[in-house]
Design a protein around this ligand. Structure first.
Ligand SMILES: *[C@@H]1O[C@H](CO)[C@@H](O)[C@H](O)[C@H]1NC(C)=O
Ligand SMILES: *[C@@H]1O[C@H](CO)[C@@H](O)[C@H](O)[C@H]1NC(C)=O
Length: 469
């Protein structure tokens, strides 16, 4: 019954959109802040919550405590294999190659297409080399760990892996897998852009978002749309999907938006040999989210970001019993620290659980059992694929955060699909049915930390844009 109502409401809003699109009345001039945010307020689709409540809850209650937790040793070191080959294509951007990350691009690494006898002297050639060198330097991953840390991580115990993985297990046993310090490698502007970055997002949207053949419009919201009628077909198709499949598209779009908020908020504003200054670049933000500059897509992206936030929030609220068990530790070997961190973790989780505005329990991931299992399997396959695509990202820092965030979101989905197992978990003793590895825990909280940071940054951009026309 719920499904049918959802469908009907979807249909009605599509019709409403159609009607409205024909009658655009001239509006008074808006500020840039309004153009990005005016449609991002009030109630969100598929959910009984409003943006203002989320902002207040996140920015003042959750964000500060979460930041503190993520600075602890348990959460700052993430083991990742950045050397896995891309399974889908061979010609990864030359300038992202590992050996290239420590030394500048050689001229023979510049793609043939733009290389000509005189390219060295052409402006284009020079700009390209410069951009490539910059992308390399900014995209390199700092792998340094103190000796003390290296010793400590050797002691960290590994939990058993679960069979229910949404992500390709990142063979962390491989000799190529290394611990990285996430605090030393913040997610920010790297200069990684252009055709290579485009291809990644296109593949993610096109092949992995349940898109049927009949929809021709590119799903990548950054691609320009081909006329209004395609636009309407696309959105009514999206509305007609079951709530979970629609959610998949919106989660990916939300992740994309969050990454773009980060690069706009930590933009390399000044780069001299004396210093590097990182900060907010309002122009960059507007280009990605302004309602007019993006032909209406920007505010939708921001709504999807909130949607992603709520999905991860819901997963965290569901997994509380797992972390509450007395046997569970955030093990680093430092007993006092570990106990303090567990207390902080539980405090955060209880705060999340008390947040009243979650998704409608009955409509999400809760069809009849057979249907739910089928859906889970479809989700898992699509999602695993996306995690493998991350091995094709040319910029190492982007690959690091891409892998971490897909694993985090994959863990959130695993939790949402395991609701009953978690609810039936024994209060003490080992839990065989539901398990999370350290990697999954670290990625789950760090991924949520990124989205929480993005929501907080939206407030900063709202203020910065207040007086811009
Ligand atoms: C901000 O970003 C735009 C691109 O969106 C770029 O052209 C401009 O130089 C940036 N501003 C600064 C101060 O770096
Ligand atoms: C996985 O991604 C590849 C490359 O884009 C694509 O060809 C394949 O159809 C995808 N498989 C699934 C199950 O989505």
């Amino acid at each position: 019954m719920d499904r049918r109502w959802g469908f009907l409401i979807g249909l009605l809003s599509a019709v409403w959109l159609l009607l409205r699109s024909g009658h655009d009345e001239p509006r008074p001039p808006e500020t840039a802040a309004q153009r990005c945010f005016c449609q991002v307020s009030g109630y969100l689709d598929d959910c009984t919550c409003d943006v203002e409540t989320i902002d207040k809850f996140n920015n003042y209650r959750l964000f500060p405590r979460l930041q503190k937790l993520l600075e602890s040793d348990y959460f700052r070191y993430y083991k990742v294999n950045l050397k896995r080959p891309c399974p889908f294509w061979k010609d990864i951007s030359q300038c992202g190659r590992r050996d290239c990350a420590v030394k500048p691009c050689q001229s023979d690494e510049v793609p043939d297409g733009i290389k000509s006898a005189s390219y060295k002297y052409s402006e284009e050639g020079n700009n390209l080399i410069e951009e490539c060198e910059q992308a390399e330097r900014l995209g390199a991953v700092d792998e340094s760990l103190s000796e003390e840390t290296q010793k400590a991580v050797l002691q960290w115990t590994k939990h058993d892996d679960s069979s229910d993985n949404f992500c390709e297990a990142d063979d962390i046993q491989s000799p190529d897998a290394e611990y990285v310090d996430l605090l030393l490698n913040p997610e920010r502007y790297t200069g990684y852009k252009g055709p290579d970055a485009w291809r990644i997002w296109n593949v993610i949207y096109e092949e992995n978002c349940f898109k049927p053949q009949t929809i021709k419009r590119p799903l990548n919201p950054l691609a320009s749309s081909q006329g209004k009628s395609e636009e309407n077909t696309f959105y009514s198709w999206l509305e007609g999907l079951c709530v979970e499949k629609r959610a998949f598209y919106r989660l990916i779009s939300g992740l994309h938006a969050s990454i773009n908020v980060h690069l706009s908020a930590r933009y390399l504003l000044q780069d001299t040999w004396l210093e590097q200054i990182w900060g907010h670049n309002v122009t960059e933000f507007q280009q990605r989210f302004d309602g007019i500059l993006t032909e209406g897509e920007g505010p939708r992206r921001l709504k999807n970001l909130y949607f992603l936030y709520l999905i991860e929030l819901k997963a965290l609220s569901k997994v509380v019993p797992f972390f509450e068990r007395p046997d569970f530790q955030l093990f680093t070997g430092n007993k006092v620290q570990d106990a303090d961190n567990k207390m902080l973790l539980l405090e955060i989780l209880h705060e999340i659980k008390s947040f009243p505005l979650h998704f409608d329990e009955n409509s999400f991931f809760a069809g009849d059992k057979k249907e739910a299992n089928k859906l889970k399997e479809e989700f898992r396959l699509h999602f695993r694929n996306i995690s493998r695509i991350m091995d094709c990202v040319g910029c190492f820092k982007c690959r690091l955060w891409g892998k971490l965030q897909t694993q985090g979101l994959g863990t959130a989905l695993k939790i949402l699909f395991s609701e009953k197992l978690i609810a039936n978990m024994p209060e003490s003793g080992p839990s065989y049915e539901f398990q999370l590895t350290r990697q999954e825990i670290v990625s789950l909280f760090n991924a949520f930390g990124r989205i929480s940071t993005s929501v907080k940054e939206l407030e900063n951009f709202r203020n910065l844009l207040q007086n811009v026309r």
